[in-house]
Design a protein around this ligand. Sequence first.
Ligand SMILES: [Zn+2]
Length: 238
Amino acid sequence: MKKLDALWKYQQTELSLERLDARVKTTPARLKLNKLHQYLTEQQNSIGSLQKNIETRKGSVDKLAAQVDELEHKYELEVSEFSVMKNDEEVTAEEMTESRRSVEALISRMDSARRELFDTLAWIEKATGDYKDTYARAAKAKKEYDEVRALCERELADAQPRIEEAKRALAAAAAKVDPALMERYKKIKNHHAVPVAKVENDQCGGCNMALSTTTVKRVAADEGVVECENCGRILYTE
Ligand SMILES: [Zn+2]
């Protein structure tokens, strides 16, 4: 038995556990669950921002209404003042013109304040409708999400015995590997999903680079650990 046989066995066991895990994580139900989760998050975000904006606009309604009241009151005062002036013979034409201008300016301010109030109320009404629609969509999606999640949980429960078995096999395989070698393997695993590569046709099975004759001979002689000079994978031959 070669020194690396145990490590090779370990890698095979680890890869089959990874495949089992990947299969559970990529079932149609699981992919749908991920999509629904993303959709729900988006809907929740827009519900949150609609709510916040509606509150802000509602807060400005009272202020706008008070502004309209105040302008209307001023307008009434100025109009009655104007009619008094009309009957006053001492009032000059310039004074009359000035008073009329002042009333006109007030009317225009009153109009724009009313318009702003009206627009704000219309905006709130529309946003409240959007809020309700979004909420209904989110509630529907949440229901679907719960159903799909239950399905995913069943799938996971079904796969669990095989995963547990693969984990036990992995622990057993790990126990047979030299700890220093295992450490080296795990370091390489950070960069390469498959850290041990077979030598095939004098090439590294990981990166396909041609290996030097010396390297191939060293691997065949089983003289300690030999790494591929190109990719750093541990080279192995049966
Ligand atoms: Zn290589």
